[in-house]
Design a protein. Structure first.
Length: 336
């Protein structure tokens, strides 16, 4: 018999003896094989119910278990460590230094490279206010939550980072005008917008925002937005704590018009569902590739009008989950 067949026969005999209740020491004496071999075969049979050679997932890694543990420890201690830094530390230990090998080892531990999200810098005071707000308003009724008119400002770039397009082209024609997207320095311009979730009015801010300009925007659009969205006269207006929003003339206008304002904790964009609506709008506008600020404004207003009402309703409904997430995070930033 060939050596492979002999080993298969040996494994079967060991398992057969083990099933009959015979001890490991008898295997060692009768079959004249090392005790470690007997123990390994029995362990494999107990775990996989077979002693046959199992198929491998791929080529064995050249990285040792010790090297893999060292990489995972380094990443766990510093989640922002770069692949280049991990590569250098691997070389210093005399381990394989290929970036793909290191990346695969880290991924096997359940850690994956992702773009870090940008979140506001929160102080202890911010976190305490955030937590207190979430706990207080989690008790609000759904009727009260449905009365909230969410507002915000955003900037939309003419040539934003999402302005990508795939084209079909022949080799050597990558630089032809038909196969390219025009770009200019410094983003090529942008526009500022004020809007209300729901979707209410969308207004382009054509000059530098001041308290007086903000008051005018409210005067021309806020009450009409609430009317369009059928929120009733006793709606609750949400705005962040920008200095223009909390200026004296802005507060006076809100008081004169009997507008109930939601007391808002600073640095809390993750509580405001309109942030996700801005993202939807920007993606839709960038797919149209406007070429100048006027066209950008037109695209914004057209796409704003197209935003689905059920999408807005889902964002409004997410408010309670945002509050719960804020409480779970003890006032720190959440996934929203």
């Amino acid at each position: 018999m060939k050596s492979k067949e002999l080993f298969v026969d040996l494994r079967d005999r060991i398992v057969s003896r083990h099933k009959s209740g015979e001890g490991y020491r008898n295997f060692f004496a009768a079959l004249k094989v090392p005790m470690s071999t007997v123990a390994s075969i029995i362990h494999k049979w107990k775990k996989f119910e077979t002693t046959r050679t199992l198929p491998r997932a791929g080529r064995p890694s050249k990285l040792s278990d010790r090297g893999r543990r060292a990489l995972v420890r380094k990443v766990t201690k510093n989640l922002m460590v770069t692949l280049s830094e991990l590569q250098r530390s691997s070389v210093e230990r005399g381990e394989p230094s290929r970036r793909t090998t290191i990346s695969a080892a880290i991924q096997q531990s359940g850690l994956y490279g992702r773009v870090a999200r940008r979140k506001p810098l929160l102080s202890k005071r911010h976190m305490a206010a955030h937590l207190e707000f979430a706990k207080r308003h989690l008790k609000d009724s759904q009727t009260m939550r449905n009365k909230i008119l969410w507002s915000d400002e955003t900037k939309i770039e003419l040539f934003g980072v999402n302005a990508r397009r795939h084209v079909w082209r022949k080799p050597g024609t990558a630089h032809h005008q038909a196969n390219t997207i025009p770009t200019v320095k410094h983003g090529g311009g942008s526009i500022m917008l004020w809007g209300c979730l729901g979707t209410g009015r969308l207004v382009r801010i054509k000059r530098k925002m001041t308290a007086a300009l903000y008051r005018d925007i409210l005067d021309e659009n806020l009450l009409q937005s609430a009317l369009d969205l059928r929120l009733g006269r006793r709606f609750i207006f949400q705005q962040d704590n920008n200095l223009k929003h909390t200026a004296k003339i802005s507060k006076e206008w809100l008081q004169d018009n009997s507008v109930n304002v939601l007391e808002w904790p600073s640095q809390s964009p993750d509580l405001n569902p309109i942030e996700h609506l801005w993202r939807d709008l920007k993606m839709a506008v960038h797919r149209r590739f406007p070429s100048n600020p006027m066209e950008l404004e037109r695209c914004c207003k057209e796409e704003w009008a197209k935003l689905a009402k059920d999408r807005c309703a889902k964002l409004v409904a997410s408010y309670s989950k945002r509050l719960e997430a804020g409480i779970a995070a003890k006032g720190a930033s959440t996934k929203y």
